[in-house]
Design a protein around this ligand. Structure first.
Ligand SMILES: Nc1ncnc2c1ncn2[C@@H]1O[C@H](COP(=O)(O)OP(=O)(O)OP(=O)(O)O)[C@@H](O)[C@H]1O
Ligand SMILES: [Mg+2]
Length: 158
């Protein structure tokens, strides 16, 4: 399943559609190079969960917690993960909470993740550095995540 996105605001709209159709304990994995738009999407998602604080890149903290919205959001970024950092954040306890876990750079911790998730891979499609066009590939593992993806795309496209 693929989707073309034409602007940062369209990426935030997709994030909002993901948020509106999310359920507690859902897990969203965001792949893509630096500047692909992973945090931009998460900002749209956070706003749709009625989180008033702007969602910021958690690169230096690994995880940021937002508990003030309609559902808790745990936003993680493993880009700068050092060898022993993983043991210092209790990933399983976040996954056990009735909230939504969003992970940037999940390939660095793939072995520690559950096998059911919704994964997005964001790619630039134009060579020019300032192009706002992106292609998104989706991988939904398990029935729940297939439903999440289907409902999200239905909302996004209407
Ligand atoms: N279609 C688009 N979708 C998302 N962001 C876009 C798009 N077009 C342009 N941009 C811009 O590209 C930048 C994306 O930065 P962002 O921090 O979201 O990337 P990231 O994937 O989280 O990178 P990192 O791996 O460094 O965390 C933003 O400045 C955003 O405004
Ligand atoms: Mg980011």
């Amino acid at each position: 399943m693929k989707l073309e996105i034409n602007s940062a605001s369209e990426m935030q709209k997709l994030g909002a559609s993901l948020a509106h159709n999310a359920e507690p304990h859902d897990l969203l994995l965001l792949n893509g190079d630096l500047g692909a738009g992973k945090t931009t999407m998460t900002q749209g998602l956070g706003r749709a969960l009625k989180i008033r604080r702007p969602v910021k890149s958690p690169t230096f903290t690994i995880v940021r917690e937002y508990r003030e919205g309609t559902m808790p959001l745990f936003h993680m970024d493993f880009y700068r993960l050092e060898n022993d950092d993983l043991s210092s954040i209790d990933l399983n306890s976040y996954l056990a909470e009735p909230g939504l876990v969003v992970i940037e750079w999940p390939q660095l911790i793939m072995d520690d993740l559950p096998d059911e998730y919704l994964q997005l891979t964001i790619k630039r499609v134009d060579d020019s550095w300032n192009s706002t066009k992106r292609m998104i590939e989706f991988e939904a593992k398990g029935d729940r995540n297939q439903k999440w993806l289907k409902d999200t795309l239905a909302e996004f496209e209407k």
